[in-house]
Design a protein around this ligand. Structure first.
Ligand code: SF4
Length: 77
């Protein structure tokens, strides 16, 4: 425990479905260009944010450990 997550959204991949903001309203918000932005670049591990990343239809969301860069989602092969 104690490890922080780094959240990133690839805006070139995001199609603005809004699914992530609906799943994790305190994790993501759509901007005026209808692209998702993480509300915090780093945050404590959050089940809703992970679910949002898993359910993004185009896999635009990546989660890594802030300290080591190790992949949380998508998981390393
Ligand atoms: S779920 Fe994926 S495609 Fe939809 S707004 Fe979020 S990041 Fe973009």
């Amino acid at each position: 425990m104690g490890e922080r997550w780094r959240i990133e959204v690839d805006r070139d991949v995001c199609i603005g479905s809004g699914m992530c903001a609906a799943t994790a309203p305190d994790g993501f918000r759509l901007d005026s260009a209808r692209r998702s932005r993480p509300l915090a670049g780093e945050r404590d591990p959050d089940e809703q944010v992970l679910t949002a990343a898993e359910n993004c239809p185009v896999e635009a969301i990546t989660i890594t450990l802030a300290g080591t860069g190790e992949e949380v989602f998508p998981p390393e092969e």
